[in-house]
Design a protein around this ligand. Structure first.
Ligand code: HEM
Ligand SMILES: *[C@@H]1O[C@H](CO)[C@@H](O)[C@H](O)[C@H]1NC(C)=O
Length: 419
């Protein structure tokens, strides 16, 4: 079959079938778990997440230099003392904090934090918001680390759930009220339940909006294929409240509002307080032993792409709205991956993460912060090979980045993240 995931005609018809082993897989998470031999179970004492004592909510003091950014999970962790309150942490802070609060598996957190440190930080620490004063950084830096707020199309992607597109909104980290209202309404229409189905349908609408409104819309091999879906899947997988009745989690509007720093007014409108994301009281994280890992993320992402094949289209608009041009995975990877095999086995995670490793020297040079490029590349490629070590990936040794020259969303972005 030819690369249907790249053809918008086929997408509209919605009848694209993928030749993949995962076709057999029912999309229910219970089956995913059975496949992996895991049953989550529930243990209240072990899964309860404290919001008292050392973990009492303390809002950020922006005047004192605290930073918060596009990630509601990390913001909430910093507000509850599960990350340094100023919003700048080292790798161990992120690995321990995401495990303690959300049950993120170490393969995922170690990878995510090294990417954060390398692309947005000084290599060893990074900011969950914008630029941090260089006093917090290592010596020998060429510039000020920009934090994840300043990492558009390196880490941060277009068509995010509640954050705007950089080109459309002028920043990529502030909450956009219309996007929030759309998300909130969708779960209300589903009986006050925010499921993966609700979130994937929301993502499809967000995608179409960016396609039709953002002339610079870009869906990259790493940012679009792995980070963007994670942002949606994390909402259910991590924010959902686990219980004996719902060991996989149940996410209602009140819990969602707390994690997105929202209050509802009497007239039904919302008030957002930036940076005040809160872990709800009496809230329970994922079961011990059921940590959310890269293979689980890949399963959710492939399942979403089977329903919405456009999600795996690498490419973007070419300077006008609705001008999306797709790039074939085989043309980027010298034939190692192709559209037909991308949804097979672990190929999606393999493709996306190995692309990142190959692109690392350019990404690190482009950010213009770290002087020891070789050291930074070694750290990032090391994190990638550890993260994919269990995935039996085909070996990607070279990429052709010139394929992306035609996309202004990628090629015309300045080092400071603006256009
Ligand atoms: C070290 C771990 C983590 C890193 C490096 C990280 C980084 C990021 C980044 C760069 C974004 C922006 C992506 C975009 O453009 O959409 C983001 C968004 C997001 N993150 Fe995280 N994150 C981490 C952990 C978590 C956790 C534990 C949660 C738990 C709920 C979470 C939930 C989200 C959500 C829901 C968004 C989308 C926000 C929106 O647009 O509405 N993240 N994160
Ligand atoms: C989580 O679920 C438990 C069990 O149903 C419930 O007692 C608790 O109030 C819920 N927590 C939140 C924040 O909704």
């Amino acid at each position: 079959m030819k690369p249907t995931i790249l053809s918008f005609g086929a997408l509209a018809s919605g009848v694209v079938a993928f030749p993949t082993v995962l076709d057999q897989l029912q999309r229910s998470s219970a089956n995913e778990k059975r496949l992996l031999g895991i049953t989550p179970g529930f243990n209240a004492a072990a899964q309860y997440v404290s919001t008292t004592g050392a973990h009492t909510f303390v809002p950020p003091d922006f005047d004192a230099g605290d930073v918060r950014g596009p990630c509601p999970g990390l913001n909430a962790m910093a507000n509850h003392g599960y990350l340094p309150h100023n919003g700048v942490g080292g790798h161990l802070d992120f690995i321990q904090g995401t495990l303690d609060v959300f049950g993120m598996a170490a393969d995922m957190s170690a990878f995510l934090t090294v990417v954060g440190g390398t692309l947005d930080g000084d290599g060893l620490s990074w900011s969950i918001g914008g630029p941090v004063p260089s006093a917090l950084s290592l010596g020998g830096l060429l510039g000020e680390p920009q934090g994840i707020s300043g990492s558009h199309n390196k880490y941060e992607s277009d068509a995010s759930p509640t954050r705007g597109d950089l080109y459309l909104n002028g920043d990529d980290y502030k909450l956009q009220m219309d996007q929030w209202e759309d998300l909130y309404a969708r779960g209300q229409a589903n009986g006050d339940s925010y499921t993966l189905d609700v979130l994937n349908e929301f993502r499809s609408a967000r995608w179409d909006y960016s396609l039709n409104n953002n002339p610079y819309f870009f869906n990259g091999p790493f940012t679009g294929v792995l980070v963007a879906p994670a942002a949606y899947e994390f909402i259910y997988r991590f924010m959902g409240n686990k219980s004996a009745e719902n060991p996989e989690g149940y996410l209602n509007g009140d819990v969602l509002m707390s994690f997105f720093s929202m209050t509802k007014n009497d007239d039904g409108s919302f008030t957002h307080t930036p940076g005040n994301e809160r872990i709800p009281d009496n809230w329970y994280k994922r079961a011990i032993g059921d940590e959310y890992s890269i293979p689980l993320l890949a399963l959710d992402t492939v399942a979403a792409a089977l329903e919405y094949p456009k999600f795996l289209s690498v490419g973007g608009n070419t300077g006008t709205v609705n001008s999306f041009v797709g790039v074939l995975p085989e043309d980027i990877t010298e034939g190692v991956f192709n559209a037909a095999t991308l949804t097979q086995g672990n190929n999606l995670a393999c493709f996306s993460m190995q692309f990142l490793a190959q692109a690392a020297p350019d990404l690190i040079k482009g950010s213009g912060v770290i002087s020891d490029i070789l050291g930074a590349v070694t750290r990032l490629t090391g994190a990638v090979s550890t993260a994919i070590s269990g995935l039996s990936c085909p070996q990607l040794t070279q990429i052709d980045e010139s394929q992306f020259d035609q996309f202004p969303g990628y090629s015309e972005m300045k080092p400071d993240g603006t256009y």
